[in-house]
Design a protein. Structure first.
Length: 356
C-alpha cells in the first residue's frame, strides 16, 4: 500500500507474559533508545547536518526528539515528534510531505518495506534511499539492535493522516537476515586495524577517547568504551604496542568510532628479506622508546642475534633491522669458528641456518 504521508509510528510488542502491566523495562528501554537513535540518524543524514560518526548536533536532537506514549490496554508505543518543522520546499516526488519529521518516518517506512518485501534487488533500493555508506552503517546498526528475540513478536506500524497503515513484522526471517547481512557488509567497508602505541588518554569528558602513535608515525583517535578503560590504561603506562580493531573512517588519519577488539602487538615475524625467502622465520620485538636520550623512535630488535633497527616508523626500522641482519650474516660467515666466542659462534650458526 502506497502511503502519501506518515504522521505517527506505532511500535507493538507481543509475547508470553507481556502486557501493559508487565512490560519488561530493559526491553522497552532498548526499543526507545535504538528507535530514537534510528530517527536521529536518518534526520541527520537527510538534513545534511554534521558527520554520521561521532556526537550528533543539538539541532538534530531538538528537531527529531520523539514523544512516546502507551496505547491503552496494550504494549504499543506511539512515536510522534514534539515539534513539526515544516518543509519549505516539498519534493516533486512527495508533495504531500509537510514536515521534516514526516519525511524521515516515510523514508524509514520505505527502507523497511524494501528489506521485508523487496526482491533480490533490495540492496540497490536501500542504496537509492541512503546513498551514503556511513549513514547506512549507522541505520543498520540501530535496526540490528531492534531485532526481537525468538519469544517476542514486534511490529512497526506506520500510520498516515487518512488512517491507512503499513505494518512491518520485525520477526520475519527475511528482514532479520537482510538487516544482519547489511550490517556485516557496511562493517567490512569501514573496518579498520590500527597498529601503534597508546600515547594519550582523555576520559574526563562525555565522549572519552585515546590516541595511538601508529607504526607509520601518525596519530589516530580512538573512542574509548568504558569496559576497555582498564586495559587501555595498562597499555598506556607500559607503552606496549597494540593493534586495535574497529569501525571508523580513514582520511588524513584513521579514526575508530567503535572498537571490536584491542590486543598486544609487540612482535613482528620476518620471513623474507627483499626477495629472499628465509629458511627459518625470525621473531623481532617492536617497541617505542627514547633512543640516545633523544626523541621517541620505533625499535625493531632481536636480543638473541643482537640486531637492532631504529627509525621514525616501524617499516623503516624493520628495513634497517633486515639490512643489519644481512650484513651480520656476510660478516660472520667469513670469520673462522675458532676466532669467535661461544655467544658469537651461536649467532653465526643461527644466521647461516636462516640464510643458507
Amino acid at each position: 500500500m502506497k502511503m502519501k504521508d506518515t504522521l505517527t509510528v506505532l511500535y507493538k510488542i507481543e509475547g508470553d507474559n507481556i502486557s501493559i502491566d508487565r512490560a519488561p523495562a530493559e526491553l522497552i528501554g532498548n526499543i526507545l533508545l535504538n528507535f530514537q537513535g534510528l530517527v536521529y540518524s536518518l534526520g541527520q543524514y537527510y538534513d545534511q547536518e554534521g558527520r554520521m560518526y561521532g556526537r550528533r548536533t543539538k539541532n538534530i536532537e531538538d528537531r527529531y526528539s520523539l514523544r512516546v506514549s502507551f496505547e491503552e490496554g496494550s504494549v504499543v508505543l506511539r512515536m510522534s515528534t514534539f515539534h513539526e518543522q515544516l518543509m519549505l520546499h516539498p519534493s516533486d516526488e512527495s508533495p504531500e510531505m509537510k514536515s521534516r519529521q514526516e519525511n524521515v518516518f516515510y523514508k524509514l517506512q520505505e527502507l523497511l518495506v524494501s528489506l521485508q518485501d523487496g526482491g533480490r534487488d533490495y540492496r540497490s533500493k536501500v542504496r537509492d534511499l541512503i546513498p551514503d555508506h556511513s549513514a547506512r552503517f549507522t541505520v543498520f546498526n540501530y535496526l540490528n539492535e531492534l531485532l526481537p528475540g525468538d519469544k517476542i513478536q514486534e511490529s512497526i506500524i506506520f500510520q498516515d493522516s487518512a488512517g491507512q497503515a503499513v505494518a512491518i513484522e520485525m520477526n520475519k526471517k527475511i528482514l532479520k537476515d537482510r538487516v544482519s547481512d547489511g550490517l556485516k557488509e557496511e562493517i567490512e567497508t569501514d573496518r579498520l586495524e590500527v597498529e601503534g602505541v597508546i600515547v594519550r588518554l582523555k576520559d574526563d569528558s562525555p565522549d572519552p577517547v585515546f590516541w595511538i602513535k601508529t607504526f607509520d608515525n601518525r596519530l589516530s583517535k580512538i573512542s574509548l568504551p568504558r569496559e576497555r578503560r582498564t586495559k587501555v590504561i595498562r597499555f598506556l603506562t607500559e607503552r606496549v604496542p597494540v593493534k586495535v580493531f574497529g569501525v571508523g573512517t580513514k582520511k588524513k588519519y584513521a579514526e575508530v568510532i567503535e572498537i571490536d577488539g584491542i590486543e598486544e602487538n609487540a612482535e613482528l615475524i620476518i620471513d623474507h628479506i627483499g626477495e629472499n625467502l628465509l629458511k627459518e622465520p625470525i621473531r623481532a620485538e617492536v617497541s617505542f622508546e627514547k633512543y640516545d636520550d633523544k626523541d621517541d623512535f620505533w625499535v625493531v630488535s632481536n636480543e638473541e642475534l643482537g640486531v637492532v633497527g631504529v627509525d621514525d616508523t616501524v617499516e623503516k626500522a624493520r628495513k634497517v633491522f633486515e639490512e643489519d641482519l644481512y650484513e651480520y650474516f656476510l660478516f660472520y660467515r667469513k670469520v673462522p669458528d675458532n676466532e669467535l666466542s661461544e655467544r658469537t659462534l651461536k649467532i653465526k650458526e643461527k644466521l647461516i641456518k636462516i640464510f643458507s
